[in-house]
Ligand binder design. Structure first.
Ligand code: PLP
Length: 373
């Protein structure tokens, strides 16, 4: 099997899994219990939180632990809306968002919030003038994916943040789920940031929301204090410690992995550009880990199934999207329904080999010649 779907999920790193098992066995108590075993678990939890905070350049009390990026995005968006609705009901986002952002925003729209979508330019970057025009006195939240999950466009967060910083009651959330562990994430002027370790060889079933100390949120899940009053539930020590481990490995290897994957991406782009009915949708602003293309004259799902039959696993869109629907990010970028209905997403890793790419390309060629009319 050749796996080219690393943007959907990554395999857990061996040493991360070992950490998970070791911590599960060694620390049996709830870190919030006041007895000796609870205190030992809490010490371990604090060590891991300290490490994550150091790596991200934030404070320890600014990290909220959740069940995944979907929950972190929901908590950020609905939490800000619930907390600050007294200042306004206007939210700005982009057409590039993952369903966990667009779904949360659609929910708020159904509750009377006013939603605007900022324009993007031909490379997929947020149009700063459009953002300036859209921001109003009653805008309470701007939510933008730092890297979108389908085309891989990396937004210029440091240029966007100052536009929002001017507004006293407007908060800036970034969904950095496809960015953390792969590229540097600038947090100046950012109030909230989502990520999940299963995108960088960490454990599944865990997410983090960075929330600046001075920002408040209405919780989604009510209960005891846990590690923070903003999200209740017994802290899951093995997930927290193994996430800190995965993050530190990802940070240490970031440059090396980025350069390696860039080379694979270049090989793919050069080869796929030769096909007359293939259009590469990823732009110069896309990260090398994601390569999105449209194949005209064949159904994307059929192409994906044929690749899968030949042992190659990749996505048509984000794994959370309904089949047969168009890719919203590709449509926003190209304004071409056909292109948006026929997308394939190849996502790469430092684990992908040159042989994997060559096998994929040979298989792609055979299927293209058979299916594309
Ligand atoms: N945001 C982005 C950009 C994603 O790519 C994903 C997952 O693909 C999510 C959020 C949701 O992540 P999770 O599966 O951890 O809920």
């Amino acid at each position: 099997m050749i796996y080219l779907d690393y943007a959907a999920n990554t395999p857990v790193d061996d040493s991360v899994l070992e950490t998970y098992i070791e911590i599960s066995k060694k620390y049996i108590a709830n870190p919030n219990s006041p007895h000796a075993l609870g205190k030992a678990a809490l010490e371990e939890l604090n060590k891991a939180t300290r490490l994550m905070a150091q790596l991200l350049g934030v404070k320890e009390n600014e990290l909220i632990y959740t069940s995944g990026a979907t929950e972190s995005n929901n908590l950020a968006i609905k939490g800000i809306a619930g907390q600050y609705k007294k200042y306004g009901h206007h939210i700005i986002t982009t057409p590039l968002e993952h369903s966990s952002v667009s779904g949360a925003v659609a929910y708020l729209q159904s509750k009377g919030f006013d939603i605007d979508y900022v324009d993007i330019d031909k490379n997929g970057l947020v149009d700063l003038d459009s953002l300036k025009e859209l921001i109003r006195d009653d805008t309470i939240l701007v939510s933008i994916c730092m890297v979108d999950s389908e085309v891989g466009i990396k937004q210029h967060i440091s240029e966007i943040a100052p536009i929002i910083a001017d507004k006293p009651h407007c908060y800036f959330h970034i969904d950095a789920t496809q960015a953390v562990g792969k590229i540097k994430v600038p947090l100046d002027g950012v109030d909230l940031m989502t990520f999940a370790p299963h995108k960088f060889y960490g454990p599944n079933g865990f997410g983090v929301l960075f929330k600046r100390e001075n920002v408040l949120l209405e919780p989604l899940i009510n209960g005891g204090i846990s590690t923070t009053e903003f999200r209740s539930g017994t802290p899951v020590l093995p997930l927290i410690v193994s996430t800190a481990k995965a993050l530190s490995i990802a940070f240490e290897k970031m440059e090396e992995r980025y350069n390696y994957v860039s080379e694979l991406n270049r090989m793919l782009r050069d080869a796929l550009a030769q096909y007359p009915k293939v259009k590469i949708n990823s732009t110069d602003e896309s990260i090398p880990f994601i390569l999105n293309l449209s194949i005209f004259g064949a159904k994307a799902e059929e192409f994906q199934a044929a690749l899968s039959d030949n042992g190659i696993c990749l996505s048509t869109k984000s794994a959370c999207c309904a089949p047969g629907t168009l890719s919203r990010p590709v449509y926003a970028l190209t304004k071409d329904r056909k292109a948006a209905l026929s997308t394939l997403r190849i996502s790469l890793s430092h684990l992908t080999t040159n042989d994997d790419i060559n096998t994929f390309l040979a298989c792609f060629d055979a299927i293209y010649n058979k299916l594309v009319k």
